[in-house]
Design a binder for this molecule. Structure first.
Ligand SMILES: *[C@@H]1O[C@H](CO)[C@@H](O)[C@H](O)[C@H]1NC(C)=O
Ligand SMILES: *[C@@H]1O[C@H](CO)[C@@H](O)[C@H](O)[C@H]1NC(C)=O
Ligand SMILES: *[C@@H]1O[C@H](CO)[C@@H](O)[C@H](O)[C@H]1NC(C)=O
Ligand SMILES: *[C@@H]1O[C@H](CO)[C@@H](O)[C@H](O)[C@H]1NC(C)=O
Ligand SMILES: *[C@@H]1O[C@H](CO)[C@@H](O)[C@H](O)[C@H]1NC(C)=O
Ligand SMILES: *[C@@H]1O[C@H](CO)[C@@H](O)[C@H](O)[C@H]1NC(C)=O
Ligand SMILES: *[C@@H]1O[C@H](CO)[C@@H](O)[C@H](O)[C@H]1NC(C)=O
Ligand SMILES: *[C@@H]1O[C@H](CO)[C@@H](O)[C@H](O)[C@H]1NC(C)=O
Ligand SMILES: *[C@@H]1O[C@H](CO)[C@@H](O)[C@H](O)[C@H]1NC(C)=O
Ligand SMILES: *[C@@H]1O[C@H](CO)[C@@H](O)[C@H](O)[C@H]1NC(C)=O
Length: 562
């Protein structure tokens, strides 16, 4: 292990040298991911947990747009494993996308699988994470895709362009046990015990002085911070005391720059901000704090890290941000989201589909299904169009590619089975769902509009939805029920934000558009892991086109079997 890790560090430092030297060409980047147990202590608790290469968070991957990345994932633990490269489109190459039982069977204990893919037409901050059970709580890390050699950023070049700030969530207990206990009882699983910045909760928690992430800065310099929300279940605000941030990129797409004192990230989202160290040299807290628009039980504690000016003694007590939104400040979130616009420049155009071939309306439900073995003979569930997705025992992409029968049906409905006042008075009866492994079949090159409509079944809540294999444009958003007669007139079809994960407001709706030009089976799910476990997920089956580059590639030889 030790030698594998030092080889790894050597690899990373030589990569960094190569990457940051001008004139580097498109390249092959190789990584070794050893899945190993590692004891980690936080908040006065020590636990043995699953990691990549013994690191928490795991290693940052660096590439340039156009590079090929080859990652050998070798599983040394007793759990099954898969890795997802969140936000990489993997055109025609779903075999490396990673969600367990969707695009691949798990990498079993003792086995290896090589993820081999190109980073084409994308640059910015993305991340990788385990995509099986709740493993991603401890198995995750950043992906930094720099622009191709010689291509500048569409904003002034920062003095330091590679600072990664990963926001996460920590449980004192074993996370897999927490998830399993919730599932067995049919109840909500236990909340986390802390949030973290780069794996560390910061000095406001017990035993945490030494578990504080410190970012060293020099007065007068500008830093590109690559902020990632890797939390399992919480949307998070992020602020830096005394400093503003200029937002320049979300989910690896450039935005029109704007200044913010607080940003919001849903789990799965990334945001690049420019921060100028232009304040009195000192120590300033960087704060991650949950956003909860509705009063549900949640871990509302904030994590802190420190922005430390060079030359300032560590005895100086850091200051907290003077104003941060309240944890229930929905108005702030709405105003922040309204500011997000694609850059939409000649070089980085926003190719928003203007004509829609296929209109979809999916209702998001929290539900209660019968469960004889559960605590109350019932279990919490979740659904899209009243369907609680049931994971198959073999991977959907394989079933599709080889034409295996009986694994799924391709009849996911385009609209909910019943119309009702979705966001009216809370509904307390008829909370059950139907179960199924149902996919929505989409013809190649179709333009799709999907309206995700929250409901007041059990409780309205905000839900960050992530679509694999694509970016989409967020063309509209609103409170209450989507009105197909009047709301489309208010869409932004010029420079809407382009991303891979979007929040659906509690008791509201979000409309997204994309062109289905990536054939394969692509997962779509709530990125709150608690809801994903309850069934808030489905998949699109995008058929092959007829042209030479329009079909799913043949599977790699070492693709794991179920
Ligand atoms: C690692 O943690 C486990 C408990 O989670 C403990 O039993 C074991 O002794 C620890 N190992 C080391 C090397 O500290
Ligand atoms: C992946 O790594 C494992 C463990 O180091 C090694 O045994 C295996 O040969 C590697 N696979 C490939 C394809 O390099
Ligand atoms: C990646 O790019 C290389 C070079 O263009 C090409 O040979 C290879 O087929 C590509 N791989 C995938 C999975 O698209
Ligand atoms: C969850 O919380 C309950 C109540 O505090 C506790 O009894 C239980 O042990 C916790 N479960 C896990 C897996 O830590
Ligand atoms: C937010 O919570 C505070 C107390 O925690 C409460 O006074 C306030 O009314 C809430 N605001 C909204 C918009 O729900
Ligand atoms: C389930 O059972 C627990 C413990 O008996 C109880 O406190 C809770 O209210 C019940 N929940 C529901 C939804 O019935
Ligand atoms: C839906 O419910 C809301 C809140 O109770 C109410 O204001 C609205 O009028 C209802 N809409 C319809 C069409 O019944
Ligand atoms: C969802 O399906 C279940 C089971 O068929 C049914 O009882 C329930 O009324 C349906 N709910 C909605 C909102 O369609
Ligand atoms: C996809 O559809 C657009 C029009 O909607 C058309 O311009 C384009 O040529 C199509 N592409 C393919 C590969 O069929
Ligand atoms: C790992 O995955 C395989 C293939 O799906 C399955 O048969 C096996 O039960 C899983 N093992 C564990 C420990 O979950």
């Amino acid at each position: 292990m030790a030698s594998a890790m030092s080889v790894f560090s050597l690899l990373v430092s030589s990569l960094l040298l190569a990457l940051f030297s001008p004139g580097a060409q498109a390249d092959v980047k190789r990584y070794q991911f050893d899945i190993v147990m590692r004891n980690v202590s936080r908040l006065c608790h020590e636990k043995s947990m699953v990691t990549v290469n013994g690191r928490y968070p795991g290693p940052t991957m660096y590439a340039r747009e156009g590079d090929r990345i080859i990652v050998n994932v070798t599983n040394h633990v007793e759990y099954n494993m898969t890795i997802h490269w969140h936000g990489l489109k993997q055109r025609r190459n779903g075999w490396v996308d990673g969600p367990a039982y969707v695009t691949q069977c798990p990498v079993r204990s003792g086995a290896s699988y090589t993820y081999d893919f190109n980073v084409t037409g994308q640059r910015g901050t993305l991340w990788w994470h385990a995509h099986i059970a709740w493993m991603r709580a401890t198995v995750h890390g950043a992906i930094v895709v720099l622009p191709a050699a010689g291509v500048p950023y569409p904003f002034p070049k920062p003095d330091d362009e590679a600072e990664v700030v990963i926001l996460g969530e920590w449980w004192n207990a074993d996370v897999e046990t927490v998830e399993r206990q919730g599932r067995m009882l049919g109840m909500a699983p236990n909340m986390s015990d802390a949030h973290t910045v780069n794996g560390k909760p910061g000095p406001l928690f017990p035993c945490s002085q030494k578990h504080t992430y410190v970012l060293q800065v020099q007065r007068g310099k500008t830093y590109l911070l690559r902020v990632i929300n890797a939390a399992v279940n919480d949307e998070l605000f992020f602020s830096i005391a005394g400093h503003t941030m200029t937002v320049v990129e979300i989910d690896a797409t450039y935005t029109k720059p704007f200044v913010a004192s607080t940003i919001l990230l849903s789990p799965g989202q990334t945001t690049n901000v420019l921060v100028r160290a232009n304040q009195r040299p000192g120590r300033y807290f960087m704060v991650a704090k949950p956003f909860n628009g509705v009063p549900i039980p949640a871990d509302n504690q904030m994590a802190t890290a420190i922005l430390q000016y060079a030359g300032v003694p560590t005895s100086v007590v850091p200051s907290l941000p003077q104003l941060m939104p309240e944890t229930n400040n929905t108005d702030f979130v709405t105003a922040f989201q309204d500011k997000l616009r694609s850059l939409n420049s000649p070089q980085y155009p926003a190719n928003v589909p203007l004509a829609v071939d296929r209109h979809l309306l999916y209702t998001i439900g929290l539900n209660i299904d019968p469960c004889a073995s559960c605590l109350n003979q019932s279990r919490l569930a979740a659904s899209l169009n009243n369907i609680t997705f049931v994971m198959p025992r073999t991977a959907l992409l394989q079933a599709h590619y080889y034409g295996l029968k009986g694994v799924f049906t391709a009849d996911f409905p385009d609209r909910p089975p019943a119309r009702f006042n979705y966001t009216g008075a809370p509904l307390t009866t008829g909370l059950g769902t139907s179960l199924g492994t149902r996919l929505s079949k989409i013809t190649y090159n179709t333009t799709v509009e999907l309206v995700l409509q929250d409901t007041n079944l059990v409780s309205a809540e905000s839900h960050p939805f992530h679509l694999h294999g694509y970016n989409f444009f967020v063309v509209g958003r609103g409170v209450g029920n989507f009105d197909p007669a009047n709301d489309p007139a208010k869409y932004n079809l010029v420079d809407p934000p382009e991303r891979n994960t979007v929040g659906v407001p509690a008791g509201g709706w979000t409309a997204i558009r994309f062109r289905a030009d990536n054939p394969g089976v692509w997962f779509m799910h709530c990125h709150l892991e608690v809801h994903t476990s309850w069934g808030l997920k489905m998949a699109f089956l995008v058929e092959d086109g007829s042209g030479p580059d329009e079909s799913v590639l043949p599977p790699p030889k070492d693709l794991p079997k179920c």
